[in-house]
Design a protein around this ligand. Structure first.
Ligand code: FAD
Length: 504
């Protein structure tokens, strides 16, 4: 059937609506974009989502852990990301993680001991210190994301169950999007389109350059179907890990034999629930076959994985059961933008500084000890095409850097920046390529996003970076620096296997 085609008849479509900013995809990036645009003053925004709820991976995919929001004593990732947790914290069992007031602490051994039970809450590097890393309950976040949108109902119109299928183009300018729903095929015109579908569903049809994820070694080229186990005692599981280091070291390998792919039980916001993350290698989440096989193969092995855990660690899993299965596929990566700037390992190894910085993010990258890295606006801006931005997990980064940049904080942060940029462009009557980036940065700072080299941002952020040399002097980075004399390129071969012991 490969060469067989069907020529669709020309069609007249109803125009459903018109707006200033159309966000396609309501995940971490798209939801943040719509909220940030409204808060920046935009009044005519549409947020389109193919499912019936917001969040994408962070709610429907049951990805329930936000890592590395801080570095040493400073919390670099704030804005809408930290707002999620401020809003959820009064709700019982909705969030779990070291308190903001305690981060960076390296002398409270009792507290460090308590938090070392929970993956990511204590630094990997010495001296061991508390890290702002937060586990949350996805259903509570789903409710909260709706509430955030409802607070801006004067500015944002939400369309659920609407699937953006095609950009409307005039030359190299995006003018809107065609979408499908139970009401049929319709058009929406927009001055700016924010493609936040995660897989470049819109930008890959515009003529903007993009790449597909071909490197099977990367975490981003794995798919997942997350599920949760109830009736667990995670504290006892941790005790078992300490008492049985050999068995624990072999657990992943043994689970991989049982399941046929890597999987791992991880903590959640509640002691009696754990989530089972998994990694199906060499899969493209935008391919029908890969998506279908991931879902069906994972479900097919869940009972066996549970049985194995009950046998190997009855202490913690004796009363456990399949609690629930994520309603949607875990999508880590597919198409990625080749934007005006392509982020690479060099950004991390050499702490690249960008005048158009829109987010300052600590990441899970070990080559710089998870130090903050600057994300430039150009990493969301396509080449060749106008009126379009692409925040979230499909932003412009190479095969290596994407594994450190498609995490939740970076998706929220780039989404927030895209929303502000689209609002400023709309209010100033320019397109997003020519937006006044200084204005965008100032509004982001008003929205609680710390940015480097800005007088209005607490100097202690920069001081921390300088004191610890932007993480450049970790063993790996020192090697990178040595390698780089004359080369100016970080040696990709010296990067540790990103899938080894991964939790994300
Ligand atoms: C199993 C797994 C574990 C992970 N672990 C971690 C972790 O521990 N910590 C961490 O920080 N990150 C983790 N990540 C990565 C992180 O969760 C994602 O990269 C991030 O949430 C992606 O956000 P996004 O908004 O860019 O994309 P998505 O969450 O994919 O959101 C895209 C949204 O757009 C909608 N959409 C897609 N196409 C269309 C369309 N054509 N029309 C309309 N709507 C559309 C989708 O339904 C979705 O709501 C993990 C990812 C997976 C899959």
């Amino acid at each position: 059937m490969a060469n067989k085609v069907y020529i669709e008849a020309q069609n007249t479509l109803p125009v459903y609506d018109e707006c200033d900013i159309l966000v396609v995809g309501g995940g971490a990036a798209g939801h943040s974009a719509a909220i940030a645009a409204a808060r920046a003053g935009a009044k005519n925004i549409i947020l389109m989502e193919r499912y019936g709820y917001m969040g994408g991976d962070v709610t429907g995919g049951y990805v329930i852990m936000v890592p590395k929001l801080s570095w040493y004593g400073k919390s670099f990732v704030r804005g809408i990301q930290e707002e999620w947790f401020t809003r959820l914290s009064p709700i019982p069992n909705a969030v779990l993680g070291p308190d903001l007031s305690k981060i960076g602490k390296d002398d409270d051994y009792a507290l460090i001991g308590i938090w070392s039970r929970i993956h990511g809450c204590v630094s990997e590097s010495e001296p061991k210190r508390l890290v702002r890393a937060v586990y949350y309950e996805p259903n509570q976040l789903k409710i909260e994301m709706d509430k955030m949108l409802l607070e801006h109902r004067d500015a944002i119109r939400v369309l659920c169950h609407s699937w953006g299928t095609k950009p409307i183009m005039e030359g190299n300018e995006v003018k809107g999007v065609i979408f499908e729903s139970k009401e049929g095929r319709q058009a929406i015109f927009a001055k700016t389109v924010i493609d936040a579908t995660g897989d470049g569903d819109i930008f890959r049809q515009t003529g903007a350059p993009f790449s597909t994820l071909a490197d099977g070694k990367t975490r981003s080229s794995t798919t997942a179907l997350v599920w949760r186990i109830g009736g667990v005692n995670y504290d006892l599981f941790f005790e078992w890990q300490k008492a049985n280091p050999k068995e624990f070291a072999a657990l992943r390998e043994n689970l991989a034999k049982v399941a046929g792919f890597t999987c791992a039980p991880l903590p959640s916001a509640q002691n009696d629930i754990c989530w089972v993350n998994n990694w199906h290698p060499n899969r493209d989440c935008a391919k029908i076959k890969d998506a279908t096989e991931t879902e069906m193969n994972t479900r097919n092995t869940m009972r066996d994985v549970l049985k194995y855990l009950q046998e190997v660690c009855p202490l913690a899993f004796r009363n456990s059961f399949i609690y629930d299965i994520a309603p949607q596929l875990g999508t880590r990566g597919s198409c990625r933008l080749k934007g005006e700037y392509i982020m690479t390992a060099n950004d991390f190894a050499f702490a690249a500084r960008h005048d158009d910085v829109i987010a300052w993010h600590s990441t899970i990258c070990m080559i710089n000890d998870c130090a903050p890295v600057e994300i430039p606006y150009r990493a969301l801006l396509p080449q060749k095409v106008e009126n379009l931005l692409a925040p979230g997990r499909h932003l412009s980064a190479d095969n290596v850097a994407i594994d450190w940049l498609n995490l939740i904080p970076q998706c929220v942060g780039t989404g927030q920046a895209a929303g502000v940029a689209a609002a400023v462009a709309s209010m100033d009557g320019v397109n997003v390529r020519n937006v006044d980036i200084r204005k965008v940065q100032e509004i982001l700072i008003d929205q609680d996003v710390p940015l480097p080299r800005n007088e209005r941002v607490d100097k202690s952020y920069t001081e921390v970076c300088e004191e610890y040399e932007y993480g450049l002097y970790t063993e790996l980075a020192r090697k990178a620096k040595a390698d780089a004399t004359g080369l100016k390129e970080y040696r990709q071969s010296s990067i540790p296997d990103p899938n080894k012991d991964a939790a994300h």
